[in-house]
Ligand binder design. Structure first.
Ligand code: ATP
Length: 313
């Protein structure tokens, strides 16, 4: 974007939802969602119909809540939806490109719509298409592009105005494995550039590979919102035991060890000591026997399954 930016405080949430409801007639797309999305790359995960697109459209101010409030960068969306949209990039789901335009024309047009003068818009379009790996193809018609290339053009138009937040709705949807890898690699690059991204997916692996934070929606309810450990940097170890994990948790807690339990998964965190040793001693003392053990047992799938089980009673 152009002009003076008002950036949020470093750790302030970039998106906040308070008691947010969205009903379409009898359909309850979102129910009492309370949410703080921190800076960085956040994954929005949920099955088809969970409410991901609805949440994204509410953040953009394209639809209004039935009840409750959404804020972006500390400002209520309904107070100035157009002003906020100028600071947000949006990649919608599905096919929405004008197939009779070239990639360069279309992305430059998107930049102009965001208020960038024509010459600068063309320069930025060229740069952005280079970033997404389509520089050589930029004068080809979008109708001749593969699905993966079209997705990358959609991505380019969402970042061409250098927004403070990018919302990507199922960016890897419909892509073959190579296209999917390319898309995730680009989102990973955004993460390294320090961009704020919220991207939806129904595939856990996509979120684990690219995100700092994950939010899970299930049938319109927010059932999990937590950080993700960068792969290989965990100082945590997790275990699932046969039978009741209570005695293990009690033993570890009595020793002053930082221990959490999500469903059947018990996780020990220890930045200073060897978390594995602490857990092994705790297992021995409590007489618990191991069903599964590993540094990544708190992987998203386990956490999310536990959260979904809890939410469904
Ligand atoms: P998908 O992955 O399939 O896109 P989603 O998680 O994005 O799903 P939403 O598109 O937000 O889910 O839809 C949530 C619920 O609201 C669904 O039951 C959907 O059918 C319904 N819904 C969404 N938009 C509308 C609308 N404009 N009118 C009526 N119902 C709608």
């Amino acid at each position: 974007m152009t002009g003076q930016r008002e950036l949020p405080e470093a750790d302030a949430p970039i998106i906040e939802a308070r008691r947010l409801y969205k009903h379409y007639g009898n359909i309850r797309a979102l129910e009492e969602v309370d949410l703080d999305v921190p800076p960085g790359v956040t994954g929005l995960i949920g099955a088809n119909g969970a409410g991901k697109t609805t949440l994204i459209r509410l953040v953009l101010g394209l639809i209004r809540p039935t009840y409750g409030e959404v804020s972006v960068f500390g400002k209520a969306v309904e107070d100035d939806p157009a002003g906020l949209r100028a600071r947000i990039g949006y990649m919608p789901e599905g096919r929405c490109l004008p197939l009779d335009q070239t990639a360069a024309d279309f992305v430059a047009y998107a930049a102009e719509l965001a208020g960038i003068p024509p010459v600068e818009a063309r320069r930025r379009a060229s740069e952005t298409l280079f970033l997404v790996g389509l520089h050589e193809e930029r004068f080809r018609y979008l109708g001749d592009f593969s699905t993966g290339m079209q997705q990358r053009v959609k991505l380019a138009q969402s970042i061409v105005h250098d927004p403070d937040l990018v919302l990507l709705d199922e960016p890897a949807s419909g892509l073959d494995p190579a296209g999917r890898d390319q898309m995730l690699e680009l989102i990973g690059r955004f993460r390294r550039f320090g961009m704020n991204v919220l991207f939806s997916s129904h595939i856990l692996d996509d979120i684990e590979r690219t995100c700092d934070w994950v939010v899970m929606l299930d049938a319109g309810q927010m059932i999990h919102s937590a950080p993700l450990d960068p792969p290989g940097e965990s100082d945590r170890v997790s275990v699932e035991v046969f039978g009741d994990p209570g005695p293990l948790v009690d033993t570890l807690s009595r020793r002053g060890i930082d221990v959490t339990m999500e469903g059947a998964v018990v996780t020990v965190s220890s930045p200073s000591d060897d978390a594995f040793e602490l857990l092994r001693d705790g297992l021995e003392s409590s007489g618990s026997s191991v069903r599964r053990l590993g540094t990544s047992l708190s992987r998203l799938e386990d956490v999310l399954l536990a959260a979904a089980r809890k939410a469904n009673g």
